[in-house]
Design a protein around this ligand. Structure first.
Ligand SMILES: [Zn+2]
Length: 101
């Protein structure tokens, strides 16, 4: 997945939680939930946009953003960790996904 540059935003959303990482043979890998924050869509490489602002990793659901759904972006704290790649997995985010609307 390609990291893209952020859109400019004046009101940064509060983080949903911490980004989860795995160490693989290829380096640090960030884990991303398979569903978007609104719970309406299954995220895929083409269906979302991943970017970082400071120590926050953002994952924007393209479908929600296109429909102007407010909760279209996961905001996860990275604590400065830099992942080389990303992978979808709900496993580390069960508590997060349960509280998603
Ligand atoms: Zn969505």
């Amino acid at each position: 997945m390609v990291m893209t540059t952020p859109m400019t935003s004046n009101n940064a959303p509060r983080p949903h939680g911490q980004a989860r990482y795995r160490t693989t043979a290829h380096g640090l890998q960030v884990v991303i939930p398979t569903r978007c924050p609104s719970g309406r869509h299954v995220l895929s490489t083409d269906g979302c946009r991943i970017y970082e602002t400071g120590t926050i990793l953002h994952v924007t659901c393209r479908s929600c953003a296109g429909q102007s759904i407010v909760d279209h972006t996961w905001s996860l704290t990275t604590h400065g960790r830099k992942a080389l790649s990303a992978e979808f997995d709900d496993q580390p985010y069960h508590s997060l996904l349960r509280t998603a609307p």
